[in-house]
Design a protein around this ligand. Structure first.
Ligand SMILES: [Zn+2]
Length: 281
């Protein structure tokens, strides 16, 4: 467990089985959990750590989106669950799923599951795939506010390419914004993609909140300065994608000229996703 601010503790992400960050926001009276974990084991690890830190009085768990790695621990979490209405809709679909190797391979073949997720589910659960999907008790459309005592959290639906049900959680006072996976590209399209209009809309929503720390689920938390650098880069690539209409090499050349250096692997990947977003439909 790590501590981000006075009132926010988190279990860091673990790329080994694609475990996302799990966080606890501690108010004077109650504690809000962000994301439920990718398995009973993951959730239990987090709850045990919270116990050891004497964190209790849980208000609820908020799901940032429906993807397996954020939601399969919900049953083990055994708390009131809050999520966007589309998150619930997707989880309802997941309730019908069989989790055997065969069923997973089948869904990958049909394009209903992503190869990487399927591999990670097999690795996280091993042979024991006793998976129970628990639906959220409370859903919202646009926004949901939670008062924890001396601290207020705003849950806001933002959507985006990664998952249209994505919601972010802003912790007032602590100035922390939990972004879930909303800034990552799509994973259920043929190729990972970003669409310029979706990214711009997402960034507008994110910029409505004034934060000092930005928490993306699969990497260490960003400082304000680093995050602003990342936002500027995405905006610049949006503009260049439009200007060059998906001409990949022109895009790479101009970005590299503007930054006055060779592009990093991450920058190359981002450009690739934006090019895919133009080609598809
Ligand atoms: Zn995700």
């Amino acid at each position: 467990m790590k501590q981000l601010t006075n009132r926010i503790h988190y279990l860091p992400h673990d790329p080994d089985t694609d475990r996302p960050i799990l966080s606890a926001i501690c108010g004077d009276h109650q504690t809000l959990i962000v994301d439920a974990g990718n398995s009973d084991k993951h959730t239990k690890l987090f709850l045990d750590e919270l116990n050891q830190s004497q964190i209790a009085n849980y208000h609820s768990v908020v799901l940032t989106h429906w993807h397996w790695d954020h939601s399969l621990g919900t049953n083990q979490m055994n708390l009131l669950t809050i999520a966007h209405e589309n998150t619930k809709m997707h989880l309802e679909k997941m309730m019908e799923y069989d989790w055997s190797d065969e069923a997973l391979d089948n869904r990958v073949e049909k394009g209903l599951e992503n190869q990487f997720c399927s591999d990670m589910i097999k690795k996280e659960f091993g042979e024991d795939r006793n998976i129970t999907i628990k639906l959220p008790s409370i859903t919202f459309k646009d926004k949901y506010e939670i008062e924890l005592g001396g601290i207020r959290c705003v849950v806001k639906h933002v959507g985006g390419d990664h998952s249209e049900d994505s919601s972010i959680i802003y912790v007032e006072g602590e100035k922390v914004l939990f972004l879930g996976d909303c800034l990552y590209p799509s994973i259920y399209t043929q190729q990972p993609q970003y669409k310029v209009e979706n990214v711009r809309h997402l960034l507008e929503n994110i910029e409505m909140f004034d934060a000092e720390f930005y928490v993306l689920s699969h990497e260490p938390p960003f400082s304000k300065e680093d995050f602003m650098g990342y936002i500027m880069l995405l905006k610049l690539i949006c503009d260049l994608t439009e200007k060059h209409q998906g001409n990949h090499s022109n895009l790479v050349n101009e970005l590299s000229t503007q930054l006055n250096r060779n592009l990093s692997q991450l920058e190359e990947e981002i450009i690739y996703c934006f090019s895919n977003g133009l080609i598809v439909d």
